[in-house]
Design a protein around this ligand. Structure first.
Ligand code: ZN
Length: 522
């Protein structure tokens, strides 16, 4: 690919510095962070090895040639464009990234592997294991566990985690670092996952190891290395705690009565707000995540629940680099100042809280809402979380004694956010859920479109009434597990109109995602 095209592609990712302020931490805590970041960098190196067979070779080849091409190789962890159908943009080799990444032989097909597993059922567990790499040995497929094939790297990570364990005074954190270090050198993660769920009073946290399986596009068996070094956010955690304290009242305030015996009791989910001091490996490849719910091990989830962590400084960076320029184009001039970073973060928190409110079981049946709504469930549930979040705005405005302007900020920021999500595509639950909300609000005339300026404005006086109506509709669908009504709502309001697609089209100069450069202030 020629250099001008690379420059164009590079614009998809806006480069931003993520400067987490760690200056208030103690010297000891800073040393812990330094060790964790070191460990994270090594995990990042393992991910390079997993990304594709030639990823490291290509990176080294351009090591001394700084410029757009080198940057683009770094962003994509190799020669394939992650946001352009994995097409090769540099070097010789397959034109599309092999589905098996660096986990399987480059030429291995699904059929060959499936047949091989069938004929060699005694080695099936090893072949399909989450933590083995497959290679050819003449006619055989050989497996090698991660802790062996990445031995040098894994030992380095283990050492850094042990250093961190020695430095911390927090017992639960010490235990976690020690067990995680052992886990990585044996690929047995259960105990360390339990210890992670049992962390207490820790302001530092880390996710590290082979975790998600999306990089293996052949079978989704093999897990990719990733690392995130996290610091809890004091003020946002306080805000979150206030929301959580009001859940019961919120439930009483809903437009329909929910039988408490049927409602969600989500005491198993820990919700935390953190700032990221370092991302490595899978976390840094392609679209950057702003939240994750871990661990993935079902045994741990059934014993300890899950922990959902929201990455505040990553969300803020996306707000600055994506939502603000989007609002400059799409939001009416008078209301543009209402797009607020604080309200954006609040909306995300309220969205997550709202997933824990509402019906879990269907009325008159011992069946979950999820089961009744089948493949429509995610769309309706994401819609519910958004709409309930914005429905709660006036309630919390009272709790926090907000002014009318601040309520308007919440509404306008929410509307700008709808376009941000629709832009990612309506083939996926989040995007479609946002389109349904936009169309419902447009058709009920509380979002006005000015064809002269191509901008949108919110009718802040009538807005809540319509939000309340949509909240009632969505909660009623869930409470009754009404699949037909879910379908009706999606059919009626899930259509992408030319007005909307034209608006989205006008955002094409705005970056799709970010290229994060971590620069913690120590
Ligand atoms: Zn959600």
């Amino acid at each position: 690919m020629n250099i001008n095209k690379i420059k164009q592609r590079l614009k998809v990712y806006k480069r931003v510095d993520i400067t987490t302020d760690l200056r208030s931490l103690s010297e000891n805590q800073k040393k812990i962070i330094e060790n964790l970041i070191e460990a994270g960098k090594v995990a990042d190196h393992i991910f390079w090895r997993q990304s594709s067979h030639d990823a490291l070779q290509i990176r080294d080849q351009y090591k001394n040639q700084p410029g757009p091409l080198q940057d683009y190789i770094e962003i994509n962890y190799g020669p394939y464009d992650r946001l352009n159908d994995f097409k090769r943009f540099v070097g010789d080799g397959p034109q599309i990234k092999p589905l098996g990444a660096g986990f399987y032989p480059e030429d291995l097909s699904r059929d060959e592997f499936t047949n091989y597993v069938r004929e060699n059922s005694d080695t099936r567990d090893k072949l399909e294991d989450l933590y083995t790499v497959i290679s050819r040995d003449e006619d055989l497929l050989k497996t090698e566990p991660y802790h062996q094939i990445y031995q040098t790297e894994v030992r380095q990570i283990a050492k850094n985690l042990e250093n961190a364990a020695d430095l911390t005074n927090n017992r639960s954190l010490k235990k976690y670092f020690e067990l995680r270090s052992k886990a990585l050198t044996s690929d047995q993660y259960y105990e360390s996952d339990i210890a992670w769920m049992e962390l207490k009073d820790n302001w530092i946290d880390m996710v590290i190891g082979p975790i998600e399986n999306y990089e293996d596009r052949l079978f989704n068996y093999k897990t990719a290395y990733e690392a995130a070094v996290m610091i809890k956010d004091f003020s946002a955690s306080e805000e979150l705690a206030i929301y959580q304290n009001h859940i019961e009242n919120l439930e009483k305030n809903l437009p329909i009565k929910i039988d408490p015996a049927k409602s969600i009791k989500d005491t198993d989910t820990i919700l935390e707000i953190v700032n990221i001091a370092f991302f490595g490996g899978d976390y840094q490849a392609g679209v950057k995540t702003i939240a994750a719910s871990l661990p993935n091990d079902e045994r741990v989830i059934s014993e300890k629940g899950a922990k959902k962590q929201l990455y505040k400084n990553i969300m803020e960076a996306k707000f600055d680099q994506i939502l603000i320029p989007l609002a400059d184009i799409l939001i009416n001039k008078k209301q543009r100042p209402f797009v607020s970073k604080e309200r954006f973060i609040s909306q995300v928190l309220l969205h997550e809280i709202s997933h824990t409110i509402g019906p879990n079981y269907v009325i008159n049946k011992a069946e979950t809402v999820r089961k009744s709504l089948k493949e429509k469930y995610s769309i309706i549930e994401e819609c519910k979380a958004d709409i309930l979040g914005i429905f709660s705005a006036p309630y919390f405005a009272e709790v926090f004694s907000y002014s009318t302007d601040e309520i308007a900020e919440q509404y306008v920021t929410y509307v700008a956010g709808l376009f941000r999500s629709i832009r990612f595509g309506v083939e996926e639950a989040h995007g479609l859920a946002n389109l349904i909300q936009l169309n419902f609000l447009r058709m009920n005339k509380v979002i006005d479109y000015d064809a002269r300026t191509n901008t949108y404005a919110v009718d802040t006086n009538r807005f809540f009434k319509v939000i309340k109506e949509l909240t009632r509709i969505v909660l009623t669908i869930e409470a009754h597990g009404n699949y037909a009504e879910a379908n009706n709502l999606i059919e009626k309001y899930g259509q992408l109109k030319s007005e909307t697609s034209d608006s989205i089209e006008r955002l094409n100069e705005i970056p799709t995602d970010l290229d994060l450069n971590f620069n913690p202030l120590l």
